[in-house]
Design a protein around this ligand. Structure first.
Ligand SMILES: [Zn+2]
Length: 346
């Protein structure tokens, strides 16, 4: 990944398009459609503006795709060729200085990313998921279902504990869960240990791509597990881990292409969020509070990011809240969420 600035060059086009529009500017943007100079969010903004036949600003439908890649250290990510994420960062918003949970372990970290609260609330402190309270603090996808059951939710993953509680006793089910429950509209649940992680990531990506082409998802979470597992297998952050990150970027590219190829894309306001649950040490281990384990990246791309403030002290719990905010769901203070929307002044 190459270095990226958080504020895209397309700031003016986007801000003007979403505000009160002078017809001359709309025509200017329309005339620019297809011109190579317009890229990324600028193109998306132009398409949003052009969607209305009478020149007025059309109200695009907000949609969210959260892609979670397990165990990617931002400083290693910076050294790996990742053209798809590079392009998204260049036309969007990016920080390599966000922070995850203590402990820096998958169970608590994914729980925090998906629920918007720290482990002290959701109760998951290790990968056994005992003590969880997803009844009180559900995932953002579950909140979408509760607030707007008509919206279409989707989750795809290959690390079973996020979606499967078969191995747990009835007593342990008291806190609800899994964090991605069967009540979501669509779940793709694969087992990376059985299929092999690269294969499992490829299969779930293909299913998410197919869903984007044939269904009408509003809120999506796609989990890619291969980089973390490869690093553990090789007890290293070397070649195999870096290749796995490059492969994850390929899968990101397939998902982004599928979003942009949607028949209704011109009338949709997509926010793509990409992040990870934790970093790792040079031997692949993680769970401690060193910067190598605690620092994560957050990438956001979509027309709305043109007006986002600098990252500041972004944290993993901001992701769920940002997703809800983008969908127009008002954050009830009674929910007691810890995260804050990344797009609002901090
Ligand atoms: Zn993890």
């Amino acid at each position: 990944m190459t270095a990226a600035v958080h504020r895209p060059a397309s700031h003016v086009e986007r801000a003007t398009c979403r505000g009160t529009i002078g017809s001359g500017l709309v025509m200017l943007i329309r005339a620019s459609r297809g011109v190579a100079l317009l890229r990324g969010s600028a193109l998306a903004a132009a398409l949003l503006c052009a969607a209305s036949p009478d020149g007025a600003s059309a109200q695009a439908t907000p949609k969210v795709l959260l892609i979670g890649i397990d165990g990617v250290r931002p400083d290693v990510l910076a050294e790996v060729p990742t053209p798809n994420m590079d392009a998204l960062a260049a036309s969007g918003w990016y920080t390599a200085e966000a922070r995850t949970t203590t402990p820096s372990v998958s169970g608590p970290s994914w729980s925090s990313m998906l629920t918007g609260v720290w482990p002290g609330k959701h109760g998951v402190t290790n990968n056994s998921f005992t003590g969880r309270d997803y009844d009180r603090w559900p995932s953002f996808l579950t909140r979408v279902e509760r607030q707007h059951p008509e919206l279409n939710t989707f989750a795809a993953l290959d690390w079973l504990p996020l979606a499967d509680v078969d191995g747990l006793s009835l007593a342990e089910l008291d806190g609800g869960g899994p964090v991605l429950p069967a009540s979501l509209d669509t779940r793709v649940v694969l087992n990376g240990y059985d299929l092999g992680w690269a294969e499992a990531d490829a299969q779930l990506t293909a299913q998410a791509v197919g869903h984007l082409a044939t269904a009408d998802p509003d809120a999506m979470f796609v989990y890619l597990g291969n980089p973390d597992e490869i690093s553990h297998q090789h007890a290293s952050i070397g070649t195999e881990y870096r290749d796995a990150i490059a492969l994850a970027d390929l899968h990101v590219g397939m998902l982004i292409d599928a979003v942009r190829a949607r028949p209704g894309y011109e009338n949709e306001d997509w926010l793509v969020l990409i992040s990870t649950d934790h970093g790792r040490l040079a031997d692949g281990n993680h769970g401690g509070d060193s910067p190598e384990e605690m620092i994560i990246f957050i990438l956001a791309n979509g027309p709305v990011t043109a007006t986002w403030p600098p990252p500041g002290s972004a944290v993993i719990v901001d992701l769920a809240v940002t997703a809800l905010d983008h969908l127009g769901i008002v954050i009830d203070p009674g929910w007691d969420l810890d995260g804050r929307p990344l797009g609002r002044p901090r």
